[in-house]
Every structure is written in structure tokens, then in C-alpha cells.
Design a protein around this ligand. Structure first.
Ligand SMILES: Cc1cc2nc3c(=O)[nH]c(=O)nc-3n(C[C@H](O)[C@H](O)[C@H](O)COP(=O)(O)OP(=O)(O)OC[C@H]3O[C@@H](n4cnc5c(N)ncnc54)[C@H](O)[C@@H]3O)c2cc1C
Length: 337
């Protein structure tokens, strides 16, 4: 247990706020001990994984628990199916690589997403045509009220686009302890439909890609497109891509003929990055905060000295101008603390 520490090294935005107490827990016993302290001293609780999907807007007057539980286990179910369970504190990308080293397929398109395994169900992480809900089986959680361990299956997690029960009605009620995925051992389903993957595979001269090739292509694309938080503070996409009714999209299309949209039934998903760029935000900097020059959707701590409030206010300005120009209300993807 540490007291009055800076959380700057623990969030990928590199925002410098402090916490009264900080505990890194490596075992279930340590976790219960920390929770006991928070209960007896009535300290607000903040759970932390890799700190890559949160914006800390003020000092935290409570106990931060970094969930560092480690361990991976496997259970072969049939000739082509293995269940792999990872404890919450394993690094996501290292876990994906662990699976690829064993030729377990299903997570390769999600290579290089920052953060930990335990946080992956929170917003049903997704990239390059895949989401964790495609391979997720269940997760074990600690109910913070009863301190009982419960199992949440796929249905109970109620996954949506960058959504799950843990971001909605279950917010702040559970600690995810481990996650189980159902992966293939030989007849892999290779997903290359996402445009950039195919062209990257071509660049690499690969015609019949393996799951390892897909991972390599995804890593190359991500490294060329997304700013590295170690170099410039960010939390990836700051906003969700909005989904609007087809009718509204048709009306917008008449006014903005190049507006991109991905239809899904009666709705159309519109890339938030395009909307933000059209409002003139791409690469724009105000004070210490900027919209990234290659990815308008990614807000960055441009000078390294941005406060959480500055980043939050910058995001509000973007929301307001997109609303004014297109009548679409952007929603923040990042957890605001
Ligand atoms: C450069 C970059 C690229 C990114 N690309 C993508 C992408 O392609 N796709 C995508 O989906 N996301 C992406 N993200 C966002 C982020 O990586 C994911 O959301 C990731 O799952 C967050 O994990 P974390 O461990 O860092 O979570 P944290 O930021 O530590 O926590 C996120 C939330 O979960 C809570 N929490 C933490 N641990 C637990 C626990 N054990 N139980 C319950 N609640 C907990 C926290 O309190 C917080 O509210 C990107 C981020 C960056 C910086």
C-alpha cells in the first residue's frame, strides 16, 4: 500500500493526478485485504488495469487498486477447440501472442490493443473486424457487495459495440478476475475482410495467410496509424463511432455527399473520425491538447503536460462542433474518472 502517489505512470494519457492510496494486488488475498481497507475506511474505489481507456480529471480521494492477478490455463475441448483462461492482470497483447505461439486462433485481429485481459470485456474490445464477444465464453467476477465470486456467461455480459453490462448497469459493482475464450486449434477462421489487412498482406507478399500472418499485418497497420502512448499520451479512439437512423443518414448524404456510412439494418454507423475531421479538428492543438494529425479520433496529450480537465474540455468542444454541423451527438468511449 502506497500513500499520496502520482498516477501519471499508470494512465496512458500521462495525466498527473494523485491518489491517496494505491495498492497493486497480485493475489486474491491481497485483493480482499485491499477491499476490506476500502470498506472499513469508507474509501472510494478505483480499479485499474493498464490505464489505457480512462481519463483522470481530478485527484482521486480514495483507494486505487491495480488488478495484477496473473496466470493462464488451457483446456482442450475437442479436436479443434481449446478453452483458454487468463487472469485479469495479464497484458492483453502478450496474451494474444501466447495464444498465437500455440497456434490458437480467434484473437489475432485484436493484436497490439493496449491494456489487460481483465478489462477486455468492459467495452468488448474490438478491431479489424473482430470483437472479443466472438470468442468470449465467460468471466469470473467478484461481486463488490457480497464479496462472492460469480460467473458471467456471454448472455449475462450483454455485449454491444464498445459496451457490456460492466459499463452500464454493472458499473462499479464487479471486479473481473479472469476471462475464458474459446479458440480454434487448427481449422482457423481467417478474417481479412477489413480492407487494410488485405493490402498489408499484399505488401508482405502473403497469399494464404496464417493467423500469425494476420497478427503481423494488424501490428504493422496499427504501428503505422496509431500514436504510441509511450511517445505521446493518448487513450486510442476517444469517441465511439455513432450509429444513426438510415433516414437521418440519407438526409445528411444530400448535404454532405462524401459522408461515409456502414449500414446495419435500419441504422448506419458513421466514422467519428471523418465527422471530427470535417469540423476542422484533425491535427488541431489548443493549449496542451490536440487531435492527432493522422487520426482525428485520437486525442493526445501533445505537450505531456495536459490536465485531465483540459482533455475533457477539448473533447466537449469537438462534441459541440460535430453536433452543430451534423446534428450527431458523439459519445465518449474513454471512461471519465
Ligand atoms: C493506442 C491505443 C489504441 C487502442 N486501440 C483500441 C482498439 O483498437 N480497440 C479497443 O476496443 N480499444 C482500444 N484501446 C482502448 C483500450 O486499450 C482498451 O479499452 C483496453 O481494454 C483497456 O484496458 P486497460 O486494462 O488499460 O483498462 P483501464 O484503462 O485500466 O480501465 C478501463 C476501465 O475498466 C475498469 N477496470 C479496470 N480493471 C478492472 C477489473 N479487473 N474489473 C472491472 N473493472 C476494471 C477501470 O476502472 C476503468 O473504468 C486503445 C487504447 C490505446 C491507448
Amino acid at each position: 500500500m502506497q500513500e499520496n502517489i502520482s498516477l501519471k505512470p499508470y494512465n496512458t494519457f500521462g495525466v498527473d493526478v494523485s491518489a491517496i492510496y494505491f495498492a497493486e494486488v497480485n493475489t486474491s488475498e491481497e485483493l480482499l485485504e485491499a477491499l476490506n481497507l476500502s470498506k472499513t475506511q469508507k474509501l472510494p474505489l478505483l480499479l485499474l488495469g493498464g490505464g489505457s481507456n480512462l481519463l483522470l480529471t481530478k485527484d482521486f480521494d480514495g483507494l486505487v487498486i491495480q488488478v495484477n492477478l496473473k496466470g493462464i490455463s488451457e483446456e482442450v475441448i475437442s479436436e479443434n477447440v481449446v478453452l483458454v483462461t487468463s487472469k485479469a492482470g495479464e497484458n492483453w497483447h502478450e496474451f494474444v501472442q501466447f495464444c498465437l505461439d500455440r497456434n490458437y486462433g480467434g484473437l489475432e485481429n485484436l493484436s497490439l490493443i493496449p491494456g489487460n485481459v481483465g478489462t477486455s470485456p468492459m467495452q468488448n474490445i474490438g478491431a479489424y473486424g473482430t470483437e472479443i464477444k466472438d470468442t468470449f465464453v465467460s468471466c469470473k467476477v467478484l461481486n463488490l457487495e457480497t464479496l462472492e465470486v460469480e460467473e458471467f456467461d456471454h448472455q449475462k455480459c450483454n455485449f454491444g459495440y464498445r459496451e457490456s453490462i460492466f459499463k452500464r448497469e454493472g458499473k462499479g459493482k464487479y471486479i473481473i478476475l479472469d476471462v475464458t475464450f474459446k479458440l480454434t486449434t487448427k481449422d482457423h477462421s481467417i478474417k481479412t475482410e477489413y480492407g487494410a489487412i488485405q493490402s498489408e498482406l499484399q505488401n508482405l507478399g502473403i497469399e494464404n495467410p496464417t493467423i500469425q500472418d494476420i497478427s503481423k499485418a494488424v501490428i504493422n497497420i496499427r504501428q503505422s496509424k496509431l500514436p504510441d502512448p509511450k511517445v505521446i499520451g493518448n487513450a486510442g479512439s476517444f469517441f465511439k463511432n455513432p450509429t444513426i437512423p438510415l433516414m437521418q443518414f440519407e438526409v445528411l448524404k444530400q448535404k454532405f455527399s462524401t459522408i461515409p456510412g456502414y449500414p446495419n439494418g435500419e441504422f448506419v454507423k458513421v466514422p467519428a473520425g471523418w465527422l471530427i475531421e470535417q469540423c476542422g479538428w484533425k491535427g488541431k492543438q489548443i493549449g496542451n491538447v490536440a487531435s492527432h494529425k493522422l487520426q482525428a479520433l485520437v486525442l493526445v496529450n501533445a505537450t505531456g503536460n495536459a490536465s485531465g480537465k483540459e482533455i475533457f474540455d477539448f473533447s466537449t468542444m469537438i462534441i459541440d462542433s460535430v453536433k452543430e454541423k451534423f446534428g450527431i451527438e458523439l459519445e465518449r468511449e474513454v471512461n471519465i474518472i
